[in-house]
Ligand binder design. Structure first.
Ligand SMILES: Nc1ncnc2c1ncn2[C@@H]1O[C@H](COP(=O)(O)OP(=O)(O)O)[C@@H](O)[C@H]1O
Ligand SMILES: [Mg+2]
Length: 237
């Protein structure tokens, strides 16, 4: 789905991200872990076409990513942030917003199914700003996926949530990823979450993508000393 070759990103001449080579396969869940400031969100901004690499090449489904990337391609990618952006309207109105932006309506029966699935059926007509953090994040996830993207980018999606909501969000991500064949890039400093969800994991360290490996190998037999230190919890992050 993505191909990065010698990609770097610099701000004011300071390089904050360097990815010599990374291919993200269709339908895979890639976990990207690393300490705060490692460049995780910067990587997601590139994958979400919000910024373009300072140097190197980024391709999305074979097409070079530039400012000229067509809207139809951009809409194949959606992002969920740590704190969801909800509008001061009802829960069900917020749920339909992703579709509305694409000029489509949310059929009431579909809304009902999704609200039930998200555990929000009782709250359909409540104002979105009254939701708890966990409810808000479930709503944002549903809204993102109703638009049927091919790629879901997750930036610390459960960092603010209690364990019950973390479990609910993780389960939804797993189920929906499998059902829709989504490509998922999960950025987190939660090692356990990456281990639970990701098929493959990568370590970002000081802006460098140091190692990527199948999740089991990444955690049990890492090749780089930094990865070993990070996954064993020897480093504080
Ligand atoms: N728009 C920006 N302008 C200048 N520096 C930035 C900008 N965005 C991020 N940075 C810097 O880039 C580095 C990586 O940031 P970020 O990708 O947010 O890391 P992470 O998400 O892993 O915590 C940090 O040092 C941060 O201060
Ligand atoms: Mg970040």
């Amino acid at each position: 789905m993505y191909q990065l070759t010698n990609v770097t990103q610099s701000y004011n001449g300071r390089e904050v991200l360097s990815v010599p080579e990374l291919a993200i396969g269709r339908g895979e869940i890639l976990g990207v872990i690393g300490p705060s400031g490692a460049g995780k969100s910067t990587l997601l901004r590139l994958l979400n076409f919000l910024e373009y690499p300072t140097t190197g090449h980024l391709r999305f489904d074979g097409q070079p990513v530039t400012a000229a990337l067509p809207l139809a391609q951009r809409r194949r990618v959606t992002m969920l942030f740590q704190r969801p952006v909800l509008f001061n309207r009802s829960v069900v109105a917020n749920l339909g917003l992703g579709l509305a932006l694409r000029g489509r309506e949310l059929p009431p029966a579909t809304a009902e199914q999704w609200l039930a699935r998200l555990g929000l059926a009782e709250l359909a007509n409540h104002a979105a700003p009254t939701l708890s953090a966990g409810e808000a994040q479930r709503l944002a996830l549903g809204r993102a996926l109703l638009a049927q993207p091919d790629v879901l980018l997750l930036d610390e999606p459960t960092a603010n949530l209690d364990p019950a909501n973390v479990a609910a969000i993780e389960q939804l991500i797993q189920e929906l990823q499998a059902e829709q064949g989504l490509t998922v890039v999960l950025v987190t400093h939660n090692l356990f979450q990456a281990r639970r969800l990701a098929h493959r994991c990568g370590l970002l360290w000081g802006g460098k993508l140091l190692e990527t490996a199948a999740t089991e190998q990444f955690f049990t037999n890492p090749q780089k000393s930094e990865t070993a230190a990070f996954v064993s919890g020897r480093l504080v992050y």
